[in-house]
Ligand binder design. Structure first.
Ligand code: PGA
Length: 255
């Protein structure tokens, strides 16, 4: 094991995201000054919304440019057209890409309707594109109540790579409202693997609210195991859990 994740508790999500966005902005500007690109791993779901909000504000009000940023999203549902209301392509376009100056050819997501016979090459190409970009500098993660990171549902081993996965019943139930019913939620997704995530140079896992308190306590307390994939983050030397007070409420101050 390379050490234990760092834990930072903020008053609220907005506060937390202001600080993380400032770190990202500093990274972008430093790379730009060197004539290089910053490679960001991005997440979807409700958790990173305030982070995108703050990055957009920095772009609009403080002139932060994303021209030298390359992005790779963690995952995408399978079986939805890319322009479906609930696809992660749509999420990213609405919440971030359309509101900043990131060149769209520098933004990557797994395909949403990959044919069975193309799955293997599609997933391999995604891994290769990350490598070709020089690897991910900073990977943003949420955490699911199943213990997933990306869509690496239990059981997911430490050496998994980008692949097709089946969604956990907990994950599908948590998405049911957004999709207008459980039967509308896709069964499958393509996700970066745990191994892919662990190759990032730095990882920030974000969690807000009471509903995440118990899985955050498990992710930090339990030994690494495939049954709670987020515990595999203990293997990484530079990971920070960025929490609000409510999400940290089952840590009993001992972290
Ligand atoms: P959420 O999802 O941000 O919508 O809570 C997090 C996740 O499933 O990783």
């Amino acid at each position: 094991m390379s050490g234990h994740p760092g834990v930072v508790v903020h008053h609220d999500a907005v506060d937390a995201c202001r600080q993380l966005a400032a770190e990202i902005a500093a990274g972008i500007r430093q790379r730009a000054a060197e004539g290089k690109r910053l490679v960001l791993g991005l997440a979807t779901g409700s958790t990173p919304i305030p982070l995108y909000g703050e990055l957009i504000r920095l772009h609009r009000e403080e002139g932060l440019s994303f021209a030298n940023v390359v992005t790779f999203n963690l995952d995408e549902y399978q079986g939805l057209p890319a322009d479906h209301e609930q696809s992660y392509h749509t999420f990213m376009r609405r919440r971030f890409f359309s509101q900043v100056d990131l060149p769209l050819h520098q933004a990557h997501l797994p395909g949403s309707m990959v044919a069975a016979e193309e799955l293997q090459s599609h997933c391999a190409a995604y891994e290769e594109a990350i490598e070709d970009a020089g690897g991910i500098d900073l990977q943003i993660l949420g955490i699911g109540r199943s213990g997933h990171i990306g869509f690496n549902e239990p059981p997911s081993s430490v050496d998994t790579v980008t692949r097709l996965v089946s969604l956990d019943p907990i994950t599908r139930r948590d998405a049911a409202d957004l999709f207008g019913g459980l039967d509308q939620v896709p069964m499958k997704a393509i996700t970066m693997g745990v191994g892919t995530i662990l190759r990032s140079r730095r990882i920030a896992l974000l969690a807000w609210g009471e509903g995440k308190a118990s899985i955050i306590a498990r992710a930090l307390r339990e030994s690494p195991s495939d049954d709670c994939p987020a515990t595999h983050l203990h293997h990484h030397p530079n990971v920070t859990f960025i929490l609000d007070v409510a999400a940290s409420s089952q840590l009993n101050g001992s972290q």
